[in-house]
Design a protein around this ligand. Structure first.
Ligand SMILES: *Cc1c(COP(=O)(O)O)cnc(C)c1O
Length: 404
């Protein structure tokens, strides 16, 4: 590919106008939207309105003017992106907290089934939270095994199979329908972490027959740093599971101010405390970009962007660890290199912002909402220059930062 070819693809790209909906600094090619999505242009004004008019002027009246039902409203906006029904998703807390709520609930269904099965090398918080969850339920265990041993690990003591749909490091994607069916055949539930999938690939929880899911909104949904996460419970489970964080916002009648907890019907029971309205305002602004979006065009563009970087990596002998078949990966590309950290820093020094994943992975996120083919082509050129010239050997690129 050359620059003219990349520009021709941009000229024919129906999604190209979306880029102007984002704030992106000059001189930066942002390949980290899989970790912190870019700022939508409309978001600062939305936050200002929430602060100045809704909070400043309307004061507490705003709870009845759209604040109190924000968790349900935002959940309904996310639902079509994950193949869920409008009343199967709610927004609140972090992905970590939501994992905890669902895992403990799943462990409490059947005393004969007290094992969580998961994958070694899963995203750290998923395994850390599972460790915490088993400590809250008598006899519960965590069995994390390599990907290839998952099916054998399922048994008649399995309560829940907890997997991350798209792997944060390699970008590998599980076959959601097949793994869900395997969990069900063993009599277990399945819990999908969709953090690297939502807004990145087509997801169909209903079609797969999935039971439970969580996911992040500050990555491909551009909700802002630490934006509240979502939680999904299939309708058939909603009355049978209850949150261990039995807070008043999940109560059937929070403003009856009763002593005893009584879970609300539907998804509301998964709320614990008062929703963070300023953060939800930013998220709602990010979600508004997904209305009427041609998502199939988005997934196709992600695949085209991938091919551009895959070719650049291949031309410079970089080892790509992300599957080449778009149906089996997410929307980022990862290369393995012993000096991946320094290469990542050298790229950032040249305005190409990607990230490093320990111990040896250079990860480059491909967000078709706001990246052009020319951006990605140019990033591939710079990647080639950095590796070919060895400019990453400069000692300043070896200094580790707190957040990588
Ligand atoms: C980003 C990510 C999270 C983030 O969890 P937080 O509670 O928001 O820190 C969790 N799981 C996976 C798989 C992720 O990629």
């Amino acid at each position: 590919m050359n620059r003219d070819q990349a520009r021709a693809l941009d000229a024919a790209d129906p999604l190209a106008p979306l880029r102007s909906q984002f704030v992106l600094p000059d001189g930066v090619i942002y390949l980290d939207g899989n970790s912190l999505g870019a700022l939508p242009r409309a978001t600062p004004a939305a936050i200002a309105d929430a602060a100045e008019r809704q909070w400043g002027d309307r004061l507490i009246r705003s709870w009845n003017e759209g604040w109190i039902d924000a968790p349900q409203r935002l959940g309904a906006a996310i639902a079509p992106l994950i193949g869920a029904g409008q009343s199967e998703v709610i927004v609140g807390d972090s992905t970590s907290a939501n994992l905890f709520k669902l895992l403990v609930a799943a462990l409490r269904i059947d005393p004969a089934r007290r094992a969580i099965v998961s994958e070694t090398g899963n995203f750290p918080t998923d395994l850390h939270i599972a460790e915490g969850a088993i400590g809250c339920v008598d006899g519960a265990t965590l069995n994390a095994v390599p990907r290839g041993a998952l099916l054998d690990a399922l048994g008649d003591d399995t309560a829940v199979l907890m997997l991350t749909h798209v792997h944060y490091k390699t970008g590998e994607r599980f076959d959601m329908a097949a793994l869900t069916a395997a969990a069900h055949a063993a009599g277990a539930l399945v819990l999908w972490d969709l953090s690297h999938s939502t807004g990145a690939v087509a997801v169909d929880l209903t079609g797969a027959g999935a039971d439970l899911a969580v996911g992040c909104t500050y990555k491909y949904l551009n909700g802002g740093p630490g934006a509240p996460a979502f939680l999904y419970v299939a309708e058939r489970w909603q009355d049978r599971l209850a949150s261990p964080l039995s807070g008043w916002m999940g109560h059937a009648e929070p403003f009856a101010f009763a002593d005893a907890y009584r879970p609300a019907p539907g998804m509301t029971r998964w709320l614990a405390g008062t929703p963070p309205i300023l953060a939800m305002t930013a998220l709602e602004s990010g979600l508004s970009l997904w209305h009427d979006l041609d998502r199939d065009a988005l997934w196709a563009k992600s695949a085209a962007l991938f091919d551009i970087l895959a070719a650049a990596g291949k031309a410079h002998d970089l080892t790509c660890i992300t599957p080449s078949d778009p149906a089996t990966r997410g929307s980022h590309i990862s290369f393995r290199h012993p000096d991946a950290y320094a290469i990542t820093q050298a790229l950032i020094g040249r305005g190409v912002i990607g990230d490093f994943r320990d111990p040896d992975v250079l990860r480059l996120g491909l967000t078709p909402l706001y990246l052009s083919h020319e951006d990605v082509w140019r990033a591939g050129e710079i990647l080639g220059e950095v590796t070919a010239t060895g400019s990453w050997r400069d000692p300043r690129f070896a200094q580790r930062l707190a957040v990588t």
